[in-house]
Design a protein around this ligand. Structure first.
Ligand SMILES: Cc1cc2nc3c(=O)[nH]c(=O)nc-3n(C[C@H](O)[C@H](O)[C@H](O)COP(=O)(O)O)c2cc1C
Length: 179
C-alpha cells in the first residue's frame, strides 16, 4: 500500500512537515509512505493552464497522487484559513479527471496544533476535500497536539505516545484502503 504524505507548510523547520517525515519513518512492512516535496514549486492555479497539457509540476503532483492508494495531510492554519500555497495545490486537483485522482481516494489529516487551535483551517479542509469527493476516513481525522517537548533537535518526534498515535493513523488509513 502506498500512502502520499502532503504537508501544508513551506517552512524549512515546519512542524507539520517534520510530523509527516516521522510518519514516513514509522511505515510498517508492506506500506510505503512518501512525503510530497513539490508544494513550493507549483505554479499559481489558473484554469487557462489546466487543459490537456498541464505544467510539469502539476503533472508530477497528479502522478504522485495517482500512484498513491491514500493521502494523509498535515497542515497549519494561517489567518484562520488554509495556507494559500496549499489551497493552490487543492485547486490543481479539481480538474484532474484521472480515475486515480483524489476522487473517492481514502484521505485523512492530523491537526498537530495545540488543542482547540487551527479549527477553521481543518473545517475548510473538510469542505474542500468533500468538494473533491475524496473518501474522508473519519478514524484518520485526528487532533494530536505536538509540541517541542515531543521532538528532538532535528524536529523528529521522539515521544513514544505521540509516535504510537501517528502509527495508529497510518495503520487506520491503510486499513481503509484494504477494506
Ligand atoms: C502568517 C501566520 C498566520 C497564522 N495564523 C494562525 C491562525 O489563524 N491560527 C492558528 O492557530 N495559528 C496561526 N499561525 C500559527 C501557525 O499555524 C503555526 O506557527 C504552525 O505551527 C506553523 O506550522 P509549521 O510549523 O508546519 O510551519 C499563523 C502563523 C503565521 C506565520
Amino acid at each position: 500500500v502506498q500512502v502520499l504524505l502532503i504537508s501544508g507548510s513551506l517552512r524549512d523547520e515546519s512542524s507539520n512537515s517534520a510530523t509527516l517525515r516521522t510518519v514516513a519513518s514509522l511505515a510498517p512492512a508492506g506500506v510505503t509512505a512518501v512525503v510530497y516535496p513539490g508544494l513550493g514549486f507549483l505554479p499559481h492555479f489558473n484554469p487557462d493552464l489546466d487543459g490537456e497539457l498541464v505544467p510539469a509540476e502539476v503533472d508530477e503532483l497528479r502522478a504522485e497522487i495517482h500512484a498513491a492508494d491514500a493521502v494523509l495531510f498535515c497542515i497549519p492554519e494561517y489567518a484562520s484559513a488554509l495556507p494559500g500555497s496549499f489551497k493552490n495545490l487543492l485547486e490543481w486537483c479539481v480538474g484532474d479527471a484521472d480515475p486515480r485522482s483524489l476522487y473517492e481516494k481514502p484521505v485523512g489529516w492530523i491537526n498537530i496544533a495545540p488543542l482547540g487551535r487551527a479549527g477553521d483551517a481543518h473545517a475548510s479542509l473538510r469542505i474542500v476535500l468533500g468538494y473533491l469527493h475524496a473518501n474522508l476516513v473519519e478514524g484518520v481525522i485526528a487532533a494530536i497536539p505536538i509540541g517541542k517537548v515531543h521532538r528532538d533537535d532535528s524536529g523528529a518526534i521522539v515521544d513514544p505516545g505521540v509516535r504510537e498515535q501517528l502509527l495508529a493513523c497510518l495503520t487506520a488509513l491503510v486499513d481503509a484502503v484494504q477494506s
